[in-house]
Design a protein around this ligand. Structure first.
Ligand SMILES: [Zn+2]
Length: 564
């Protein structure tokens, strides 16, 4: 009797699932989890430069079993961390998502504000009730937001990084959580934008003093040579950021959190595709100090390879590689050290932004307030000038004239050219590749500003280096995908970071983010997905149906099916 009752029910469930599987819905063939790894500062040529040195299962998983785009460049000039992370997940440039810098001059409060600071929130996980951070400045939504919309919130979306901006912006508005560290202690925190207290598993993680175990250690390269140590100076209170953040230990620490996040939040086991973004900040913190071509950066890249292999292995055991899509990119590259370019007789001016700012203010004072020294150029975050609109208002100079005057002064002190905010707001740029890159850098946020165009390889220090230009050393980044939907291979076709979110959205059968302008990288889709592209079912059939989110539905069986 029991069996006779159950058998029809079982047949019914099988019919339901078969109906779902045969509907041709791209969304039904979704992965359980999408992991997007954004290496903070990674030259686009590293994957090829060190190809013979990669171990098994790290970068080679993407290079040999995934789709690798070798010629991926940002098509904008403001190659900063916040902008890059926002670009990758929104599929738009700054003129779409609004994030054009890590921080900018705020006309209301008369101070520099960061891209994510939000005084309407508080930090969570750190005593003192300090102001927190949120994605409130984003002017576009992200891949995670669209995933949330398409699944009525069932998809779970998280972002982690050492830096707040690299955790928050990729997780979008609807993210379930974004976690970053307190620089001093290394403890993970979030803000009241997401929740009022840390989840227990993160409190436990912090209380188990995981950050401290990376102190008093030697960082050795593969030959055993000690490159750095994380030993605090006698009498010095240890700072995680100062001691650990520029070593591979910081990435180890981040991957520890990523593993626990996947385990405790049960990512990849829910009714919808989940999304996790991981911003690997340590690479950038080191790269600023030693330059992209140093032995330390090579050792860092090799360590990243080993860490990725371990993490992918964990994902394979936890979720199954067949149920995953992995995407890899970076938020920007970086300029070589001046000492390196000079040795090769490549012209590389070393500039002093402080001196340049003083010179520009001198020129402007002579022009607008003779006999009186005024700081018209408030902050020179080389090569971006943030203007004091009050100072210009006091001498009755309007924005357009003020920005033009600053731009001309920048040229007098050695910058090659300039683009003003008001010019970009009008869309008034020359029809050249560089003009387009600056147009894509425009944002209405951040008061009056002027983008200076520096000479290539110009850096603001004789010892360190930076990124913030439209040149290839800053714009060229890796872009690679792993997953059953991709046709493994090396693709030398044109690609941009904005293509990442658009391609993943298309394969998930969901809308691309609101301001997305990237393209679907159709050349890298597995044959079955390409065929599907040319005979896609009507849009309403592709939409996520309530049946397909039924937790009873054997999603993994469908996902592993022959159709993709
Ligand atoms: Zn960065």
């Amino acid at each position: 009797m029991r069996f006779s009752l159950r058998a029809p029910l079982a047949s019914f469930l099988v019919c339901l699932s078969l109906a779902g599987a045969s509907s041709g819905s791209a969304y039904n063939g979704r992965p359980k989890l999408v992991v997007i790894v954004v290496i903070d500062q990674f030259h686009g040529d590293y994957l090829e430069r060190y190809r013979d040195q990669w171990g098994e299962g790290g970068f080679r998983l993407l290079l040999e079993h995934g789709a690798d785009f070798t010629d991926c460049n940002y098509d904008y000039a403001n190659t900063h961390t916040a902008a890059g992370h926002a670009t990758l997940l929104s599929g738009a440039y700054s003129n779409g998502h609004g994030i054009h810098a890590n921080s900018w001059w705020d006309r209301q409060t008369k101070r520099m504000v960061t891209s994510v600071q939000d005084d309407g929130t508080k930090l969570v996980g750190l005593a003192g009730g300090l102001p927190g951070a949120s994605p409130h400045n984003l002017l576009a939504d992200t891949l995670g937001d669209e995933l949330k919309l398409a699944t009525q919130g069932k998809a779970r979306v998280f972002g982690i990084a050492l830096k707040d901006r690299a955790a928050i912006l990729p997780a979008g508005f609807a993210g379930d959580g974004a976690y970053w560290i307190d620089d001093k202690s290394g403890r993970w925190m979030t803000s009241t934008y997401y929740r009022s207290e840390l989840p227990k598993w993160i409190s436990d993680f912090n209380d188990s003093k995981r950050a401290e175990k990376y102190l008093n250690k030697d960082w050795k390269d593969n030959s055993g040579k000690v490159l750095r140590n994380t030993v605090p100076q006698p009498g010095q209170e240890p700072s995680f950021y100062d001691l650990v953040a520029a070593t591979p230990f910081a990435n180890d620490y981040e991957f520890e959190l990523a593993r626990e996040l996947i385990t405790y939040e049960k990512l990849g086991s829910g009714p919808a595709t989940d999304l996790l973004t991981i911003g690997l900040s340590a690479n950038d913190i080191l790269g600023h100090q030693v330059g992209p071509d140093s032995p330390e950066m090579q050792a860092m890249a090799l360590a990243t390879d080993r860490q990725l292999a371990e993490f992918f292995d964990f994902l394979g055991h936890q979720i199954g590689l067949a149920n995953l899509w992995i995407a890899l990119s970076a938020d920007h590259g970086i300029a070589p050290l001046a000492s390196v370019t000079k040795r090769l007789r490549i012209p590389a001016p070393i500039v002093s932004p402080g001196k340049l700012r003083a010179q520009v203010n001198q020129l402007l004072s002579r022009q607008f307030s003779p006999g009186r020294s005024v700081e018209y150029l408030k902050v020179f975050d080389y090569p971006v000038a943030w203007l004091d609109d009050d100072a210009f208002a006091a001498v009755k100079v309007k924005e357009e004239d003020a920005e033009h005057a600053v731009g001309e002064a920048l040229k007098q002190v050695g910058l090659r050219d300039y683009y003003t905010r008001s010019q970009l707001a009008r869309g008034d740029v020359p029809n050249t590749p560089l003009g387009r890159r600056f147009q894509n850098s425009y944002s209405p946020l951040g008061g009056w500003y002027v983008f200076g165009v520096p000479a290539p390889f110009a850096v603001a220090s004789s010892t360190g280096t930076d990124h913030a230009t439209a040149y290839t050393y800053d714009t060229h980044v890796p872009l690679a995908f792993y997953g059953l939907s991709f046709q493994p291979g090396t693709y030398r076709t044109h690609s941009e970071p904005i293509d990442l979110a658009v391609t993943l959205a298309s394969l998930l059968g969901i809308n691309a983010p609101t301001h997305a302008v990237g393209r679907v990288l159709t050349e890298a889709l597995a044959a079955s997905r390409r065929a599907e592209n040319s005979s896609r079912p009507p849009a309403d059939k592709r939409l996520h149906s309530p049946n397909s989110s039924d937790p009873m539905r054997p999603v993994s069986a469908v996902a592993r099916g022959g159709s993709w």
